[in-house]
Design a protein. Structure first.
Length: 154
């Protein structure tokens, strides 16, 4: 079923996350009752877990959109991390810096697309993310093999 309708996998993931958060909220409340101590931070944390879990269980689609939005933001931050790594790697050959920069451009592009269209992303995120992981893995493999070759020269 998940192979023919990949968005059902995201829906199930959001529902499972909601159940987990709701269970963690109940566990926090039970722990505060058992130890008869309820600091304000623990109360707020438990309340946040219960509310977030409740929202995700009641409407998993809301959770899918939020998860995709967070994933898009992570991609954008990861892109900037790769840009900084490419700029600071002055001692490495240019191909390493170029691969890191290319990976950063790809991360930035995917992050902006996912963050801009999270509802549409629920249908095509599996394909986009798998393409990104294949490209990222290939680049990481090339960088690792080149570093290994450099190490053997030293």
């Amino acid at each position: 079923m998940f192979l023919f309708h990949p968005h059902w996998g995201l829906w199930l993931l959001a529902l499972a996350l909601g159940l987990m958060l709701f269970g963690c909220g109940i566990q926090c409340v039970a722990l505060m009752v058992l130890i008869r101590k309820a600091p304000i931070g623990s109360i707020l944390y438990a309340l946040m877990l219960l509310i977030a879990g409740g929202f995700l269980v009641i409407d998993p689609f809301f959770g899918i959109v939020e998860l995709l939005l967070i994933l898009g933001i992570w991609f954008v931050f990861h892109a900037f991390e790769l840009f900084v790594a490419a700029a600071r790697a002055q001692k490495l050959p240019g191909t390493f810096r170029g691969l890191a920069a290319a990976n950063g451009v790809l991360s930035l592009l995917f992050g902006l697309l996912i963050a801009a269209f999270p509802v549409a992303g629920a249908y095509w995120i599996n394909y986009v993310f798998s393409f990104f992981l294949i490209f990222y893995g290939a680049v990481t493999l090339v960088v690792g093999l080149r570093l290994r070759a450099l190490r053997q020269l030293v």
